[in-house]
Structure formats: structure tokens, C-alpha cells
Design a protein around this ligand. Structure first.
Ligand code: HEC
Length: 488
């Protein structure tokens, strides 16, 4: 199917470029292609794919050259149409569509998808050679400090490992953090990284005495020290950057713990030195950034009955084996916010384990308040364990969804616990179990599941003290929110 308007516009462009070859428009046997690599498809691939699909990038093949793209074009459209590439699991549907779009949403528009199809159908035209745009830079701007382990970690075998390092931001005074970027040393084996902050002086002293600074130790899958998660990094993620009016407090002499999930997959003796760039801000912010979680409810009344349970039985967080779309739904009323005021949802980082397929979160308020409707969708998405990320609303802080004590958060999840789900196969293999699905319960292990939304909150900051030393900074409590320390 040719689109007459596209043909016309394109014909004019080509005419100029090719210096008046009338025959190209009149020759019916050789219609002018609706899209070419240099003019149409290359720019899309450069901006949406080449960040990962380039030589030395994290994707298994490069898409930087015309020839590469021609060779894989059928797979490209298949993955793009299926919503699998570029990896980004946010969804919008009748049940749940957030009021704001997301920062750095890499998904192709329908028009861009049609351009890809047209290019293939019309025979992969090359077009007139031109420079392709560069993929968006993923470098953090204005780096103040880079923290690097003093001793690297060498991976062995096929089993995943959780390795922790204490890192030192080097701040003697309260310091505001507005940017953080994890730079994996060895992309072959670094699966993801979680950064926490140690804020209590006695914990800092104890952990440093026991572990040293910059020295790796095996912290298992549930032993990461730290009072709160500052950032979760997954491959392909943009750096964490907040506007200067929103910042993470680093208490005086704070230490951070970096937990790296290594996925060696037989890549023996790969040494890794992953470093972390930090950006400090000298501006006292209007809002502080904290990470707090809701979900993982174990029982009534917060957990709802599921259709896979006997009617009338007390609801349980249990994902029965061999069920392809088991749902759990839970509610948490935030009776207390621990004294936090001006609470806004800045970002959402959904979290499940391997077998999950869908997760969404909504907020139900007792009544509409200002810009905030009575109820709204906070996030909705498919779930792929390998592509975890923090979704940030593309909106000014004052227009973000607000939370007050008395509001209820609703979280819904789905799982596919059948052997047809490759992640079930992987979960069983990683746990040395026979290839038969098992019932899954809430927990921290690979054979457990989760249903959790981790919110990045913007909360009112205290007023600046007359001098940095005059008032000791106290980390606020988060009330009914859970402070997440461990994320696998
Ligand atoms: C954030 C990094 C990233 C981006 C951006 C990205 N990919 Fe990928 N892609 C990967 C990785 C990694 C794989 C390997 C398979 C996997 O882990 O899912 C992959 C695999 C693929 C595959 C092969 C899938 C298979 O089954 O072998 C295709 C085709 C593909 N990508 C196309 C694209 C296209 C087209 C774009 C842009 C529209 C894109 N990708 C953007 C990282 C990325």
C-alpha cells in the first residue's frame, strides 16, 4: 500500500537531492520508495536503538550501519510491533493511564512504526547519504565526584551473585545530591546495581569497620546494608537527575552501599570495576527526594481475594503453579506519612521477581484536592525482570500527583506461572529445581515473588539553617510507607 501524500513529499525531497531526475517520479515500474535509510529510518534507529545496538553496546548486534539494519529488518519490526524494543514496559489502557507522560520515553510513535514498515515493503532504499543524529547522551552532566571500588570483583561459574561495596561520597557536611550515574565496568556481567545510603553514624562506623571501603563482599540476596535506596540502575537506563529544587540529602560523612547483581552466565574470570558518578548541588532545595514502597500485602483486609482461591477462603499472596494469568490486588491506606508534607509522586519504579507479567498502581483519595482527582492511575506496565527501570513523570513538581494521609494506594499484579513462560524456566534453573512450575509465595528469594511499587517522592525540605552546622539534619520517617533496602 502506497501513501500518495508520503510519495509526493518524498518525491520532492529526492528530486532536490538527486538534481532533477524527472524519470524517478514518472517511472511506474520503479516507484519512489516511501522511506529511505538516510532520510527516514536511520534517524529513528539512531535515536531509539543505537544507544544499545552499536559496536561494544549492550545489545547482541549493532544497528549502526545500513547493511546491519537491512539484514535484521524483519526482526526489527517484529520486536517493535510487539512493544519489546526499545525496552520500555510502561502501558496505557482503559483501566489505567497516568495523567503525565514519562521522561525519556523511547517508544516509537505509530508514524515511526509505519515508516519502518514502508521502508521494508519498498525494498530498503538507501537514500542520499547524510549524517545520522547521535543517540541521546546518557552521560551525567556536571559530575562532582566519582566513586570507584579499590578492589574489583571477578565473576565465576554460571550462578548469579550479589556483591556489595561500601563507597564514600566524601562529604563532611550535609550535601545535596541531584544526579547519580552508575557506570558498569564490565557490561558482560553487570546485570543491575542498587545504591543505598547509610545515614546513622553508628551503622556507618560498624559497616566500614567490618567491610572496609571499596572492597567487594558477597552480600547474598538479602543483606544489603543501608537505610534507603537512592537509585536502581539497569542496563540502558538514563542517569538519575533531579531538578535543582529537588535533591537527596547525604548526611555528614554518609556512605553509600552499591549492590551489584552479577549475571556471569559462564563468563569466567571477568573482572569488574563499576563506578558511580555523583553530582552535588550547593542550592538548598525546596523538596527532598526519597524512595518509599507500597505493596507486598500478605493478608486481608489489605489483600483482596483472587479468583484462583476457594470462595470464602482467607486471601493469601500465593501464585499457584500452572496458572497463566494469576492476579493479586491489594490496598494500603496511608494513615500516617510520618510528618512529611507536600508529598508528590516524582517517579515510579515497579518491582516484581522473574515470573511477573504486569503491574499497575492507582491512588484513591477521600475527595478530589486541587489538581488531584479523587482517583487516578499512577503507573501501568508490563513486567520484564531484565528491564527494570524508574519511570519519571514529565511534568513540573507542582503538577505531580499529590499524596496525603488518608489516601489509599491500590496495587495490582499478574503472573504467568506456566512452563511456557521462559522466566519460569529460568527461575527453576537458577534455583536448581526440576523444570516443573511450583506454587510461589511472597519473599526475597528467586523462588518467591513480589508486587511492589517503589515511589520516588518529592517532600517538603526543611528551611535552610543559618549555617550548615547550626541544626543537625534528621532523616524524616516515612510513616506507613515501607523504606526499601533490598531490591533484587
Ligand atoms: C536499552 C537498550 C536497547 C535499546 C534502546 C534497543 N535494544 Fe534491541 N536489544 C537489546 C538487548 C540487550 C537485546 C538482547 C535481548 C534482550 O536482552 O532482550 C536486544 C535484542 C533485540 C533484537 C533481537 C531479539 C531476539 O529475539 O534476538 C532486535 C530485533 C532488537 N533488539 C531490535 C531493536 C530495535 C529495532 C530497537 C530500536 C527501535 C532496539 N532494539 C532498541 C537492547 C536494546
Amino acid at each position: 500500500m502506497r501513501h500518495p501524500l508520503a510519495l509526493f513529499t518524498f518525491g520532492v525531497g529526492l528530486l532536490t537531492a538527486a538534481c532533477g531526475t524527472d524519470t524517478m517520479i514518472e517511472d511506474d515500474d520503479k516507484p519512489v520508495p516511501r522511506a529511505t535509510w538516510y532520510q527516514d529510518v536511520g534517524p529513528i534507529v539512531a535515536q531509539h536503538c543505537m544507544g544499545c545496538h552499536s559496536p561494544g553496546g549492550i545489545a547482541p548486534f549493532s544497528l549502526t550501519e545500513y547493511e546491519d539494519a537491512v539484514e535484521t529488518s524483519m526482526q526489527m519490526v517484529e520486536k517493535v510491533d510487539a512493544g519489546e524494543m526499545p525496552p520500555f514496559d510502561a502501558r496505557e489502557d482503559a483501566d489505567c493511564t497516568p495523567r503525565h507522560t514519562w521522561v525519556d520515553d523511547p517508544r516509537l510513535t505509530d508514524a515511526q512504526k509505519q515508516t519502518l514498515h514502508a521502508w521494508i515493503e519498498d525494498g530498503h532504499a538507501l537514500g542520499t547519504e547524510a549524517e545520522l543524529p547521535k543517540p541521546k547522551s546518557t552521560a551525567l552532566e556536571g559530575i562532582s565526584k566519582t566513586m570507584t571500588p579499590s578492589v574489583g570483583w571477578t565473576t565465576t561459574g554460571t550462578k548469579d551473585q550479589f556483591i556489595c561495596y561500601v563507597l564514600d561520597p566524601g562529604n563532611k557536611e550535609l550535601t545535596w545530591l541531584t544526579g547519580l550515574q552508575v557506570r558498569p565496568g564490565n557490561a558482560l556481567v553487570v546485570h543491575h546495581a542498587v545504591l543505598t545510603e547509610l545515614t546513622k553514624q553508628e551503622d556507618i562506623t560498624a559497616v566500614v569497620a567490618q567491610r572496609g571501603i571499596g572492597v567487594p563482599w558477597d552480600c547474598g540476596d538479602n543483606q544489603t546494608p543501608g537505610d534507603f535506596v537512592v537509585n536502581v540502575w539497569t542496563p540502558g537506563n538514563q542517569p538519575m537527575q533531579t531538578p535543582v529544587e529537588l535533591a537527596v540529602p547525604l548526611v555528614p560523612n554518609a556512605k553509600m552501599v552499591m549492590q551489584i547483581h552479577y549475571h556471569p552466565a559462564g563468563q569466567n574470570n571477568q573482572i569488574d570495576f563499576t563506578s558511580v558518578d555523583l553530582r552535588f548541588s550547593s542550592v538548598w532545595p525546596r523538596k527532598m527526594y526519597f524512595v518509599a514502597a507500597v505493596g507486598n500485602e500478605l493478608e486481608a483486609p489489605n489483600l483482596m481475594p483472587s479468583p484462583d482461591e476457594a470462595p470464602g477462603a482467607p486471601p493469601r499472596f500465593m501464585i499457584p503453579k500452572n496458572v497463566p494469568d494469576h492476579p493479586e490486588k491489594m490496598f494500603r491506606t496511608l494513615e500516617s506519612l510520618g510528618g512529611l508534607t507536600g508529598v508528590k509522586v516524582f517517579s515510579v519504579n515497579p518491582h516484581m521477581h522473574l515470573v511477573g507479567t504486569h503491574i499497575s498502581g492507582k491512588i484513591n483519595r477521600p475527595a478530589a484536592r486541587g489538581n488531584d482527582p479523587k482517583s487516578e492511575c499512577l503507573a501501568n506496565g508490563g513486567w520484564n525482570f531484565d528491564w527494570q527501570r524508574t519511570y519519571i513523570y514529565d511534568a513540573p513538581i507542582d503538577q505531580l500527583p499529590g499524596i496525603e494521609a488518608g489516601d489509599t494506594i491500590e496495587i495490582s499484579c499478574k503472573w504467568n506461572n506456566t512452563i511456557q513462560n521462559p522466566f519460569v524456566q529460568r527461575m527453576l534453573r537458577d534455583s536448581n529445581l526440576p523444570p516443573q512450575p511450583i506454587d510461589l509465595q511472597l519473599g526475597e528469594q528467586t523462588t518467591n515473588e513480589m508486587c511492589l511499587e517503589i515511589f520516588g517522592l518529592a517532600v517538603d525540605a526543611p528551611p535552610p539553617p543559618p549555617t550548615a552546622r547550626s541544626v543537625p539534619f534528621v532523616m524524616p520517617e516515612l510513616g506507613n510507607f515501607q523504606r526499601r533496602r533490598n531490591i533484587q
